[in-house]
Design a protein around this ligand. Structure first.
Ligand code: IPE
Ligand code: IPE
Ligand code: MG
Length: 229
């Protein structure tokens, strides 16, 4: 059977802290290992022919973690954008960030905006990073915009008020790190998304493990509520 490749894959990159704990390392070491894995994995995902890849890097709720951990994560974001923007540009990958960026340190916001600007128009695919992202907050802000404009919304017009405007809904959503929940990720957009959960902690989620998720996806029958033909 020919393998069907999902157009849009979203990944909840969970388990960095537990990966570090197992090795008696600080959580920051887990986040660094996670970032390294994220860089290689995103390359692999586009090599597989996926056009849209959304990676959940930080939730709005994660911003309540201890300041020391957050400072480490902000440092990694700085490093990531400064080191990778040009590589992404060369590879024809457009970078887009969704989330409440105003909650991040101003210099990180600037670096992110610059990364988006520099990679604009890359035609091979789009890498969407969800940073300080929360689906409920996203939905509420869309509702408030609609209310302000006094307009009744449709599924289509509501979707275009979300931060994911222009991005197709995910076909496949993967969560690493054993938990079986969405943790405030793409709640509206994942109405008919195929879900794949793995116990692998994110730094251990190899390209090969990703290929297993692809295989599982290609064996699914998506019905969208209709009866089988
Ligand atoms: C995911 O790993 C990355 C972020 C949420 C920033 P965690 O930090 O949640 O790792 P665990 O779940 O504690 O292992
Ligand atoms: C979800 O992981 C957010 C990201 C991976 C960025 P969490 O570790 O925050 O999720 P919970 O707290 O286990 O639900
Ligand atoms: Mg976690």
């Amino acid at each position: 059977m020919e393998e069907r490749i999902p157009g849009h894959v979203a990944v909840i990159m969970d388990g960095n802290g537990r990966w570090a704990k197992k090795r008696l390392l600080p959580r920051s070491a887990g986040h660094r290992a996670g970032m390294n894995r994220m860089i290689s994995l995103s390359e692999h995902i586009f090599d597989c022919g996926v056009k849209w890849c959304t990676l959940y890097a930080l939730s709005t709720e994660n911003l309540r973690r201890p300041q020391e951990e957050l400072d480490g994560l902000f440092g990694l974001f700085r490093e990531y954008f400064i080191k990778n923007t040009q590589t992404l540009k060369k590879k024809g990958i457009t970078l887009r960030v969704i989330g409440n960026l105003e909650l991040l340190p101003p210099d990180v916001q600037d670096i992110i905006r610059k990364g988006e600007e520099d990679t604009k128009g890359g035609a091979r695919g789009t890498l969407v990073l969800a940073i300080a992202y929360g689906a409920r907050q996203e939905i509420l802000s869309a509702v408030n915009r609609a209310v302000k404009e006094g307009k009744e919304v449709t599924e289509e017009s509501f979707s275009s008020l979300l931060q994911t405007d222009g991005i197709p809904d995910p076909d496949l959503l993967i969560r690493t790190g054993k938990e079986l929940r969405l943790s405030n990720f793409l709640l509206w957009q994942s109405a008919y998304t195929e879900l794949y959960f793995t116990e692998k902690l994110f730094p251990d989620f190899t390209d090969k493990e990703f290929d297993k998720a692809l295989k599982s996806f290609s064996e699914r029958e998506r019905r969208f509520g209709k009866v089988e033909k």
